[in-house]
Design a protein around this ligand. Structure first.
Ligand code: PGA
Length: 236
């Protein structure tokens, strides 16, 4: 693999306590060190009232975030389609993207159809229009997008990862659409998310147009997360 790819770990509410978080951080950082890799995984605390679950926290950290924070995940399906609380609309996500950019945080924005088999292209374009409405080309260029079909996210009934070829095709649609609509010189970065594991990560990452992966549950299991990273190292 000769191109840099971005690996995002989204712990949601799977982590029970600080000690468990530290164990994962230590395992991954030891692995990185043993490989002589630069870089360190650092923890981003997320407050929530919810029990152990696939849902993101309910507290808005944008006004009071820890020093060193660089990225913020916005538009996650557990916020767009919550089973608890009011959730978020493309309009509120849009305003959080703008606020994040003002604070020089990089928004990682999730996009994706809810149900398998719907006209995904139409749905995604419509969601992009609303989510990124009013953003300048520079602002859009500074966002990272995740194509994350909701039906593929582990924790949903019958979830299974998208087929990497289909995911790559939809990611190309997203890249082309945004480049044309905002008249960008370069494509935006688009990652894939949804049931990424050590069994399938290589297939997603090896697609030229997939800029990386967002990993939920598998990144909260230290052996599995290390297994994913080892597969990625083996590609280098
Ligand atoms: P998953 O979660 O990898 O457990 O499917 C993806 C996500 O964080 O949305």
């Amino acid at each position: 693999m000769n191109k840099e790819k971005l690996i995002v770990s989204n712990w949601k509410n799977y982590i029970a306590n600080q000690a468990q978080a530290q164990e994962i951080l230590d395992a991954v950082n030891d692995l990185l060190e043993s490989r002589g890799e630069n870089g360190e995984l650092s923890e981003l605390l997320q407050k929530s009232h919810l029990e152990n679950s696939a849902f993101l926290g309910v507290q808005d950290l944008l006004d009071d975030y820890p020093a060193g924070l660089q990225y913020v995940i916005l538009g996650h399906s557990s916020k767009r389609w919550p089973t608890v609380g009011d959730g978020e609309t493309s309009v509120s996500i849009n305003s959080k993207i703008k606020r994040s950019l003002e604070k020089e945080l990089t928004p990682i924005v999730c996009i994706g159809e809810k149900d398998k088999g719907v006209d995904a292209e139409d749905f995604i374009k419509n969601q992009i229009n609303k989510t990124f409405a009013g953003l300048t080309p520079d602002q859009v260029q500074n966002c990272i997008i995740v194509y994350e079909p909701v039906w593929a996210i582990s924790g949903n009934p019958d979830a299974q990862a998208d087929n990497p070829i289909d995911a790559s095709n939809k990611i190309q649609i997203i890249r082309d659409y945004i480049r044309a609509d905002w008249d960008l010189e370069d494509d935006v970065m688009v990652l894939y998310g949804g049931s990424v594991s050590s069994d399938n990560v290589v297939e997603f990452i090896s697609k030229e147009n997939i800029a990386g992966v967002l990993i939920g549950r598998a990144s909260t299991q230290k052996e599995e997360f290390s297994g994913i990273l080892n597969k990625l190292f083996a590609m280098q």
